[in-house]
Design a protein. Structure first.
Length: 592
């Protein structure tokens, strides 16, 4: 029997196959073209081991950049060159405008483990207040799902929750606190415990992390979509960075926000019913999730750490669609306040995503779902490849023969950097090309926006260099049984001393110094050209210290630099208090 539509009857599988074939061919053309071009450049003067290693490393690293550029181009085309771009990428959006009252009960879950309890509950209370203002609050129950193990933190959780209930009056019966005695299965096990104990009472759940924020109107919009399409099992929102007092977080979230906008629009155009799930700030249909999305144990008996993409693959395998809502606004997360915290988060993700290699062969997964798992792995395996290229480039350049096409190499380098930054550039261009109050005015005007874009772009070179070296070292260590534990996060701005920064980033400085010394000796011209991608190593320590400065963060807030639109809205009663958390306290520092 020929399937005429996807499970939610939103699109034809034939049309989606054509889209995916187009994207695959486009990526293949760009990828092979780059590989052949680089191979032609390196072949001058004959092949040797360093040149061959560089070509192989580039073949490993380039796919992530190529698909990112293609997604960004598709997203910009949908945003600005088609009137029906949103309908093409997200045909379900029209259902959100039906204005129908909600019918089903919803559980909002905040999973926490050794977090600052007061801080987390402030955020959940802000979300609840925003939902209550929509008039639909009586359909929602609110759960604090704790996996904390530190006695002092547990005590503060219980006190903070009791205070919330005491303030809630008639709503107190819809507030729930549950703490597990054992952290079985980590966060995924925490969610599964909820589903098995309480899930039968709810049609939908909305998982939130301790740093998550969503406004009531966005939540209602997503729920209306899911009620209109019973075959949508997961609807993921486009999560952006929340306003922050941290200089590092402000810089990073500014670039991330613009890099995600066009990229997500383009990816949703071809990913469609096999979209991503990021584990939070999403609407999840409880019954099929409980029945079909239980995680298996790994071959060694261990638990899956990065649970979200596997759960999305299982949901789609069960006949329910996984969709992403590529609309910016109303869904937020906090970014790490320092470079050290950012690296810690990246390493945890890396360790979790690398487990997907063991899961590619699971039965019944759709091809696009398998690709999503592969793509989550490729996000990190490119790091050691780039590190190898940077390390070997001076050696290869030193052996270059007369007549080496240096002009062609420079053009290749410039083109590849452009492709690498394509998602971000497309996002910047999207803002610049949007007229009226929806464009540059949302970011405080053209000058502030341009200055922030330039500074963020340079900062991303440092962040990229630091992260790639850390990930490379982790991937080397993992086969030898290295374990990387991460019990919690620092979420509020705090200063970083010289000794702390040096202790965290001396390997990067050493690597950069050696790289500069070798480059200056073997290929000084190449060293000059490579500064954008090599300077970040030696700049890691001062960059980490400067961007952790609370004074610099306060200056950014005061001047509006790296602001996001939500900070600049002039509304005496905003739908969601995005900056209502208490200042950093001792409880916000996780046990390590």
């Amino acid at each position: 029997m020929v399937v005429q539509d996807t499970p939610a009857r939103l699109q034809s599988p034939v049309e989606l196959f054509r889209r995916r074939l187009f994207v695959a061919v486009l990526n293949l053309i760009v990828y092979v073209g780059l590989l052949l071009w680089l191979g032609w450049i390196l072949s001058h003067g004959g092949w040797d081991a360093p040149k061959l290693a560089i070509l192989i490393a580039f073949a490993v690293a380039a796919p992530w950049t190529v698909l990112g550029a293609c997604n960004a181009a598709l997203g910009y085309w949908l945003l600005h060159l088609r009137r029906d771009g949103l309908e093409q990428a997200a045909p379900f959006v029209a259902a959100s405008r039906n204005g129908q009252p909600l019918k089903n009960r919803v559980a909002v879950l905040m999973t926490i483990r050794n977090e600052d309890a007061n801080r987390a509950i402030v955020r959940l209370r802000a979300v609840k207040a925003s939902v209550d203002r929509t008039g639909s609050g009586d359909l929602f129950d609110w759960f604090i799902l704790s996996d904390s193990c530190e006695p002092s933190i547990i005590s503060r959780e219980e006190e903070a929750f009791a205070a919330w209930r005491a303030d809630s009056g008639v709503d107190a019966d819809r507030l729930h606190y549950r703490r597990r005695l054992q952290n079985l299965g980590y966060k995924a096990g925490n969610i599964r415990d909820f589903c098995e104990r309480f899930g039968a009472a709810f049609e939908f759940m909305i998982p939130l992390d301790a740093d998550s924020l969503m406004d009531g109107e966005t939540i209602l919009l997503m729920l209306r979509i899911c009620e209109a399409y019973p075959a949508i099992g997961i609807l993921q929102s486009l999560v952006v960075g929340a306003p922050s007092r941290s200089a590092f977080a402000r810089i990073f979230q500014f670039g991330m926000r613009h890099g995600m906008r066009s990229y997500t629009m383009g990816a949703s155009w071809w990913g469609a019913d096999c979209g991503p799930y990021w584990g939070h700030n999403a609407v999840v249909r409880v019954a099929p999730f409980t029945r079909y999305c239980e995680l298996p144990k790994l071959n060694n008996g261990g638990n899956i750490l990065s649970h979200d993409q596997i759960e999305a693959a299982f949901m789609r395998r069960a006949g329910f669609e996984v969709r992403v809502l590529p609309i910016e606004g109303g869904s937020f997360e906090e970014n790490p306040p320092t470079l050290s915290d950012f690296v810690a988060r990246e390493l945890r993700w890396c360790r979790g995503n690398m487990q997907y290699v063991r899961l590619w062969g699971l039965r019944g997964l759709l091809p696009v779902s398998r690709f999503q798992l592969f793509w989550a792995v490729s996000m990190f395996i490119g790091a050691p490849a780039w590190t190898a290229i940077i390390s070997l480039a001076p050696v290869a350049a030193a052996g270059a023969a007369d007549g080496f096409p240096s002009g062609s190499l420079k053009a290749f380098y410039a083109l590849f950097l452009t492709l690498h930054f394509a998602p971000k550039l497309a996002g910047f261009l999207d803002v610049a090309m949007t007229r009226g109050s929806g464009g540059l005015r949302r970011y405080g005007g053209a000058f502030r926006f341009l200055l922030a874009a330039v500074v963020e772009t340079f900062s991303s070179f440092v962040i990229g260099a630091v992260t790639s070296l850390n990930v490379s070292l982790l991937l080397i260590a993992l086969p030898f049984g290295h374990s990387y534990d991460w019990s919690g996060q620092r979420r509020d701005a705090y200063g970083l001393s010289f000794s702390d920064a040096t202790r965290a980033f001396w390997p990067h400085t050493l690597f950069g110094v050696v790289l500069f010394a070798v480059g200056a000796h073997l290929a000084p011209t190449l060293l000059l050209w490579s500064l954008p991608v090599t300077l970040g190593y030696v700049a890691a320590v001062p960059f980490a210290m400067v961007t952790a400065s609370t004074s610099l963060g306060a200056f950014f807030v005061r001047t509006g630099l790296f602001s996001i639109p939500e900070e600049l809205v002039d509304d005496p009663e905003p739908a969601l208090d995005l900056d209502g958390a208490p200042e950093r306290s001792e409880a916000s520092v996780p046990a390590e």
